[in-house]
Design a protein around this ligand. Structure first.
Ligand SMILES: Cc1cc2nc3c(=O)[nH]c(=O)nc-3n(C[C@H](O)[C@H](O)[C@H](O)COP(=O)(O)O)c2cc1C
Length: 172
């Protein structure tokens, strides 16, 4: 891949919220998890685990329990990255790196996915639904599926957000 192709590829990762309803082949799901687990993590602690759901009824149940993931009921799978944050200051940063890797891999495989955020309340609802112990934090809910929409690639580059050499210096 050329440098430009790699950048263009990163721009192609977009949130996909419409799916055909078809299942996602197991080897593709495994490829996503391989990408996620290739992420950098502080002291290489790799605090992540992943709950993968492919059963239609369970997908429906999990996505319906999240206020902004209802679109996911038509997804072919839901991946929930999770782990134990206690005593690990870098837990959330490590988890975010893994999720971004997973999303990039999904785009590469022609799959659609969206990172749906998890908070305390959503954790309280989803943990018992999925039999997840209380010391685990579900970091994200990611519906994954065969895309039925194709949002345009884009960067959101904004020069006003860049400080060159010195804070406040926006000049090139
Ligand atoms: C931490 C986080 C939480 C998010 N939560 C949701 C969510 O609950 N539901 C949803 O539809 N999208 C969610 N998104 C996706 C964002 O809306 C999306 O990334 C943003 O609008 C930019 O669009 P893009 O992903 O297509 O570039 C979340 C993204 C992040 C990083």
């Amino acid at each position: 891949m050329t440098e430009k192709e790699v950048l263009d590829f990163i721009f192609r990762r977009r949130s996909v919220r419409k799916f055909t309803g078809e299942p996602v082949p197991r080897e593709k799901l495994e490829a996503l998890l391989r990408a996620a687990m290739a992420a950098p993590s502080a002291r290489n602690r790799q605090p992540w685990e992943f709950l993968v759901i492919t059963e239609r009824e369970k997908i429906r149940e999990v996505c319906s329990a999240h206020p902004y993931a209802k679109f996911g009921v038509e997804a072919g799978a839901v991946i929930l990255p999770l782990g134990r944050p206690a005593g690990n200051f870098y837990f959330f940063q490590d988890m975010a790196a893994a999720v971004e890797n997973l999303l990039l891999a999904a785009a590469n495989l022609g799959l659609g996915a969206t990172w749906c955020g998890m908070d305390e309340n959503r954790n309280k609802i989803l943990r018992p639904l999925l039999g997840i112990p209380e010391d685990y934090w579900i970091f994200a809910l990611i519906p994954v599926g065969i895309p039925a929409e194709h949002p345009a690639p884009r960067t959101q580059y904004d020069p006003r957000k860049v400080h060159w050499e010195k804070f406040g210096n926006r000049g090139a």
